[in-house]
Design a protein. Sequence first.
Length: 229
Amino acid sequence: MSETRIGIIMNGVTGRMGLNQHLVRSILAIRAEGGLALADGSRLMPDPILVGRSAAKLEQIAKAHGVLRWTTNLDAALANPNDAIYFDAQVTGMRVASVGGGSHFAEGASGLAASFAVSGKTTQYNSVQPYVLVEGKQNFYTASGVTLTPDAEIGYEYEAGTHGVVTTLTGADGTVFYTPHNDLDPSDALLSAGIAASKNNWSLFATYTAHVSGNWDTQIGEAGLRITF
């Protein structure tokens, strides 16, 4: 079985979304599965090079996840003809400026567009999430007139919708790509804890929420001030 390497320049992977969602759960997950299977039986193996402004952070991420290549020189990475794909996870306002206003892609742009043109049928996904949730909270009143309200939640959710949906894409040259969705555990436990302090027209609050499953988790922390006029 033959394998084709495809170099991917990944800019902005020191951020949370770029690291967790795009590098670890996407590109490295594909590598761990032996690459992307093509219709002719061969496999396409992504080979990322990590790009960012902090050499220390890039080196740490590369060592932690077994990535061999990283650089702080975006221009040099873009100039390498062996890395055909550019991915940018920076904040939106920095993306065009970081590649010289698009000048890196000006020459031969029509050829690039033709090379990466794909088509495919619409894929539908139905999501149904029944859940059970138990919540408890209690108000406590201080001598200064502040109301303290701790609360906690525990629950269970289940994704009863469509599973294992595969999207088929066909390139302009006839190459067929299969893009299966991640096989995530459909059930998860919900845990949440928080506290609020309020007096008159203001309220301070802080909450922590976690969805925990067998092969994934989501954690959210929130804090803020509410003022009622």
